[in-house]
Design a protein around this ligand. Sequence first.
Ligand code: CTP
Ligand code: CA
Length: 225
Amino acid sequence: TAEQFDTGALAGKTVYITAGPTREPIDPVRYISNHSSGKMGYALAEAAVDAGARVRLISGPVNLPAPARMERVMVQTAEEMLAASLDGIEGCDIFIASAAVADYRPTSVAEHKIKKGAEEIMELHLVKNPDIVATVAARADKPFTVGFAAETQDLIDYARSKLKRKHLDLIVANDVSQPGIGFNSNENAVTLVGRDATLTLPQTSKRQLASQLIRHIAEQYTKTR
Ligand code: CTP
Ligand code: CA
């Protein structure tokens, strides 16, 4: 509502959120992707709007309806997600990278459907995709930048090294080895890792968690500006 826009923790702020998987084509009928549902990113986008922000949701292919009250840009590949992320970035105050971006894409996309050969082994050559959140955080006019780290081991150590390597302001660490949370689930539990403090948010619905995360992100953002 207009009242929330005037008084929310993110009133007047522009927030970009990447969400869902990317899809990297191999040929006209095949691709490489992952099981990201996009639910966490979409929940964050809703929570950011509730907090008064103007939101651009940059989404890979997901089975979720277009949310109201925000701009949604649908993309397929990591390169398209990067382009949509850099579009208007100079006006972005907070960038939240919840997307599960494919780390690699096929070096080339076959023009026609690849036929099964006689060989038992077939090799696919892959090239590294651009790192979207690191590209955003490397800018001189960088927004307050939040990443996610989905790990199956050494959660906090890996999260902390990603925070530093990608020059993030905050990272949301997610233990995806635990059943019932994270990828494709409706619930999640995370640890927020900042430059000098960590905070654990216990398991709850992605919707609940999203509003807690947005509250902490808004708080940290306000402190650093
Ligand atoms: N990310 C991104 N662009 C990429 C890869 C990752 O923006 N090409 C972002 C994700 O959205 C997430 C953060 O970087 O916010 C960490 O992603 P993750 O896959 O955990 O890290 P990687 O650096 O790809 O390392 P690895 O997969 O080897 O753990
Ligand atoms: Ca990765």
